[in-house]
Design a protein around this ligand. Structure first.
Ligand SMILES: Nc1ncnc2c1ncn2[C@@H]1O[C@H](COP(=O)(O)OP(=O)(O)OP(=O)(O)O)[C@@H](O)[C@H]1O
Length: 535
């Protein structure tokens, strides 16, 4: 288990009241919790250690520390977001450990309904630990947001009072320890899962507005989400949290992540040369790779008597040929795990993985099998609307989707558009953009008319579509289109990303990877690459 994960667990054990009983039924220590239990206490860590523990996360660590601000400085709510296993939780907890700030942590994965979530937060603030002597009951019963506001305000005031009185004495008692200050932070993990709760949008609304409702500058709120912030925006008058994005790791990041803490760096590096690239194509989730690599590395080392050697080229070849037969089955296993929803996963977790995994081959199989032609065109149209700057639509498409016109129009206005394009491209680089329904339908209409010519080729595959109960629909692509949009939303290929403050209309965002979009386009013989704007 990576170092930071083990300390995360230690932290959660120390603070067993943080989680529901399934996570940790019986506390290990016997002492009653104190205010010190809201920090990592003497398990301090330097900034250098945090940065070197998390290769590929340097800028996120510094951004987070900057937004947390100096000791006792009020902060605006922060949202940490990114795909699964990108280090969001670990980095947040380790930064808090480094800063020695008091905090409560609740994950909406284990706290899977409002009551469990509210009570988990209150238990921690009230320094209450569930155990056999209290019948594993919570300090307070609370399932309504309005009750939660009152109870949390009261509990926070007490914590802050204790912190204020402790801040005067702690330095005298423990001169080596960092002061913990007079603020407390609320860390809510996996908030995207709340979308699937009963009345989830109301709970999300409530949590997002908690900062403005409580108006307690001594409380800092950090939300951790698998989905981007604008999925939640609703223009309801609260301040949107400041986002920090945790992107997927590059192959080089993963190399650094796995090389760290290895006793024999040269040997492990040779092992990574043999496996990393192939596995990266299937998944980039550290947790999945970590389990597979530890068993594969044991196999890799089997022919060696001395694990301290620096392998030469000849030895590397021998080790590789010993390992080779085990690679393909492991790749298949990882592929199966990353493409199938895990047992017991909620719909929300599955959706998240569909949206963020780099390669969803299984998803594509399902897609080829079940998706109607118009849904495929719609998916491509959404992908283009999210990736291309809107100002290029007119030059990319005309009523017949004419790519031939593109060059002419671009040439005529090339200079005047250049600057605009660069600025827009920068925005595009930040991630898939959002777009209104009208733009989606306009692009759809254009590309579907281009694609008509290729329908002949598609007819071969229609038996399969008919077999799954889908109608033949070449003649009327525009029919049922709004229904298709909502199906794509249900499948999380498209997400509603809040409404535009000026227009008031709902905007959408495409969540499919370029790879998936290209494969869908290929199945329609649609020349997607030609329509994709690249600098
Ligand atoms: N940059 C990194 N360096 C070392 N280990 C990492 C790094 N990123 C992630 N990990 C490890 O991967 C595992 C998953 O990380 P973590 O739970 O923090 O990710 P997450 O983004 O919060 O995931 P999820 O969204 O699924 O909750 C942990 O064991 C963590 O230590």
């Amino acid at each position: 288990m990576p170092k930071e994960e083990s300390s995360k667990v230690t932290r959660r054990n120390t603070r067993s009241s943080a989680s529901v009983t399934v996570e940790n039924p019986e506390p290990i220590e016997s002492h009653p919790p104190t205010i010190d239990d809201l920090t990592f206490g003497d398990e301090s860590i330097t900034l250098d250690a945090v940065v070197s523990d998390f290769p590929g996360r340097r800028s996120q660590i510094f951004d987070f520390i900057r937004l947390m601000g100096p000791l006792d400085c009020p902060t605006l709510p922060i949202m940490i977001y990114g795909g699964a296993s990108t280090g969001k939780t670990s980095v947040v907890l380790q930064v808090l450990r480094h800063l020695n700030r008091p905090f409560v942590y609740s994950s909406c994965r284990t706290c899977y309904n409002p009551r469990i979530l509210f009570e988990s937060i209150l238990n921690q603030l009230l320094l209450h630990r569930k155990c056999s002597s209290n019948g594993y009951s919570s300090a307070k019963r609370c399932d309504k947001p309005s009750d939660f506001v009152n109870l949390v305000r009261e509990a926070l005031s007490n914590v802050i009072k204790t912190l204020e009185s402790a801040s005067g004495t702690s330095r005298l008692n423990k001169p080596d320890e960092k002061p913990m200050g007079k603020m407390v932070y609320l860390i809510l993990d996996n908030v995207d899962l709340i979308r699937d709760w009963d009345k989830g949008s109301m709970i999300l609304q409530f949590l997002f507005s908690l900062d403005s409702v409580l108006k307690m500058p001594q409380l800092g709120i950090v939300l951790i989400s698998g989905l981007p912030p604008d999925v939640y925006y609703s223009n309801m008058g609260y301040t949107d949290p400041i986002p920090i994005f945790f992107p997927e790791y590059s192959e080089e990041d993963l190399r650094q992540i796995f090389l760290r803490n290895q006793a024999n760096q040269k040997l492990y590096s040779a092992f990574l040369d043999a496996v990393l690239r192939s596995f990266c194509r299937v998944t980039r989730r550290v947790e999945e790779l970590s389990t597979t690599f530890s068993s594969l590395f044991r196999k890799y080392c089997e022919p060696l008597d001395d694990l301290g050697i620096s392998p030469n080229e000849d030895m590397k070849r021998r080790l590789y040929s010993h390992l080779k037969p085990f690679i393909a089955p492991c790749l298949n296993d990882v592929f199966r795990i990353s493409s199938h929803p895990h047992d017991g996963e909620t719909r929300g977790e599955r959706r998240q993985k569909v949206s963020f995994s780099s390669e969803n081959r299984e998803e594509l199989k399902i897609l080829d099998f079940h998706m109607s032609t118009s849904a495929k065109y719609l998916l491509i149209a959404a992908f283009l609307a999210s990736r291309n700057p809107a100002t290029l639509d007119a030059s990319m498409f005309d009523s017949t989707g004419g790519m031939d016109n593109r060059k002419r129009k671009r040439k005529a206005s090339e200079k005047s558009m250049e600057k605009k394009e660069i600025a827009e491209q920068e925005a595009v680089m930040k991630g898939p953009g959002s777009f209104p329904l009208e733009r989606l339908l306009a692009i759809f209409q254009c590309i579907a008319s281009v694609g008509d010519s290729s329908f002949g080729e598609e007819k071969e595959g229609e038996e399969e579509e008919d077999a799954t109960g889908y109608e033949r629909e070449n003649n009327n692509l525009m029919s049922d289109i709004l229904l298709q949009v909502s199906s794509l939303c249900d499948a999380n290929f498209l997400i509603k990303s809040g409404s535009c403050p000026l227009e008031g209309s709902i905007r959408y965002r495409s969540m499919v990877s370029e790879d998936l979009a290209l494969k869908v386009a290929k199945s329609l013989s649609f020349p997607l690459a030609k329509y994709l704007y690249r600098r």
